[in-house]
Design a protein around this ligand. Structure first.
Ligand SMILES: [Zn+2]
Length: 225
């Protein structure tokens, strides 16, 4: 409650702007902090403006999420539709994989060989689909959405990502494993795998999004400050 009774920061800064160098500095810092805090400002679609939403948002113009009519709305909507279709195709592959694995367990002889080949084909298709989704960088460069990967497929992919980063002298990337809520494929297992199986500090949860890990490569020894 008391927080609302305090003068707001912009107002404090406004009244002292240009009269006191120190306050100006404070003001600049505040601006930077709010920019960091609002990194996700108007990047995701408001639940009320999603297809299944009412179209009416109680926050109106002050809502931090995208509304119909906002500049980035259509672009983001297009991305979400594409992502949904990607997620569905991965889910279908997992269902096919489960079925093929079941059939393989029952098969013998020549049939077992056929079933094994089919299962391998579906398995590798999952890895291929995830790469295909990330290659055009729908979320920006060095952002990898690895939803639906199995642990061995992910390990292989991470190796490729690291090689690419090293080649381009890039030290940070983001890996989206998802939070695992309502997930039929145990996505948090991927997050745990990356955090625990790789060197300490290499994968750290993004404080802005617990479904994302920040991958940091150590800089070469010669660059130590
Ligand atoms: Zn809204």
């Amino acid at each position: 409650m008391s927080v609302y009774l305090r003068p707001t920061k912009p107002r404090t800064a406004e009244t002292s702007l240009g009269t006191n160098g120190e306050n100006e500095l404070v003001n600049n810092e505040n601006v930077n902090i709010s920019k960091v805090e609002n990194k996700k400002y108007k990047t995701e679609i408001c639940v009320n403006h999603k297809q299944e939403g009412s179209g009416i948002c109680p926050y109106g113009d002050v809502c931090v999420f995208l509304h119909k009519g906002d500049e980035q709305f259509e672009k983001r909507l297009e991305f979400e539709v594409k992502r949904q279709s990607h997620v569905e195709s991965i889910q279908k592959l997992h269902a096919d994989l489960a079925k093929a694995t079941e059939e393989l367990a029952k098969a013998t002889g020549k049939l077992a060989k056929q079933k094994q080949a089919l299962r391998d084909k579906i398995y590798n298709e999952i890895g291929r689909k995830v790469r295909e989704w990330n290659n055009p960088h729908p979320n920006g460069p060095y952002y990898y959405d690895v939803h639906g990967m199995t642990q061995p497929l992910l390990a292989e992919y991470i190796q490729e990502i690291i090689a690419k980063m090293e080649m381009s002298n890039v030290h940070q990337a983001k890996v989206e494993t998802g939070k695992g809520n309502h997930s039929p494929y145990n996505f948090p297992a991927l997050k745990t795998f990356l955090v625990t199986e790789y060197p300490r500090g290499m994968f750290v949860p993004d404080e802005n999004n617990s479904g994302v890990l920040i991958l940091t490569l150590e800089q070469s020894c010669s660059k130590i400050e």
